[in-house]
Design a protein around this ligand. Structure first.
Ligand SMILES: [Zn+2]
Length: 273
């Protein structure tokens, strides 16, 4: 019976969406049937599932555990600098909680709709400086803020199924999404756009080198680690072209490309040992 009611409420919801025209322009000028509230609901569902998946493997660093305090103080300090840039459209609507997954072999990060960000300890330890890491975080924040994850999931699953997941009515698909999110394939334009917004965000911090993300790509090209970064190189864009695109935008914007020289990054890395 509950199932029937849920189905009716979903149908009603869809009918309302379609009858009122559904999609209004969001803050970024995009039109999606999925609303910002739906992004938030879907993100809450997906992040709960991601948390429990990595908890079960003993890999999620619990932010509430005093042993992880130093690591999370550094992480949140860096995230907050980017969020305070004034360039993040859904800064106050989305949660932007950021968690660390302890796996030193993985050079990856990913974002759910609604702004839950996950970074692997391997990526944090691999990078040389805080500017590179901030560049990667900016890229992930952009995927959520510009709703790339929502658009990609909607393409993959369709609006009706995705709404049912957001409403907590589709545990099977929820598990699938949570499992595959770390390797979700974005299209080339979404990747380019996330790189460009990373430059905007970092430039507006007046602290980090705005081309920090280029430093990340340069390092993985030089060291032949492309295969270990599934999210960033998922759609066959040549990483060398991305370095050029990031640096060209930085030059066109005239933003600072001198690294911040933050010595705190080594402390952050050490806190993960
Ligand atoms: Zn990406």
């Amino acid at each position: 019976m509950i199932q029937i009611f849920k189905k009716i409420s979903l149908l009603g919801y869809l009918a309302t969406l379609l009858s009122v025209g559904g999609c209004t322009e969001d803050k970024n000028g995009d039109r999606l049937y999925f609303s910002i509230e739906d992004d938030i609901k879907l993100g809450a569902q997906v992040s709960r599932e991601v948390d429990s998946t990595y908890q079960a493997k003993g890999q999620l660093l619990d932010p509430a555990n005093p042993r992880n305090k130093v690591a999370y103080d550094h992480l949140n300090r860096i995230v907050n600098k980017i969020l305070s840039s004034g360039k993040v459209s859904y800064r106050s609507e989305f949660t932007w909680d950021t968690k660390i997954i302890k796996d030193d072999n993985v050079l990856n990060a990913f974002a759910t709709p609604g702004g839950h960000i996950y970074v692997f300890s391997g990526l944090i330890k691999y990078l040389d400086n805080e500017d590179q890491f901030a560049g990667v975080l900016g890229h992930e924040i952009a995927h959520a803020d510009h709703r790339h994850s929502t658009k990609q999931l909607q393409r993959q699953y369709g609006l009706t199924i995705l709404l049912s997941v957001a409403l907590g009515d589709n545990p099977g698909t929820l598990t699938q999404i949570a499992t595959n999110l770390a390797t979700l394939k974005f299209d080339r334009d979404a990747e380019k756009e996330a790189d460009a917004y990373s430059v905007d965000y970092l430039g507006a911090t007046n602290y980090y080198a705005c081309n920090g993300a280029a430093g990340f790509f340069e390092k993985i090209i030089k060291e032949g680690q492309q295969g270990r970064t599934p999210e960033f190189l998922s759609t066959h864009p040549d990483p060398g072209n991305r370095v050029d695109a990031i640096n060209n935008k930085a030059a066109a914007d005239g933003c600072k490309t001198q690294p911040s020289g933050a010595t705190t990054y080594q402390e952050f890395k050490n806190s993960l040992n």
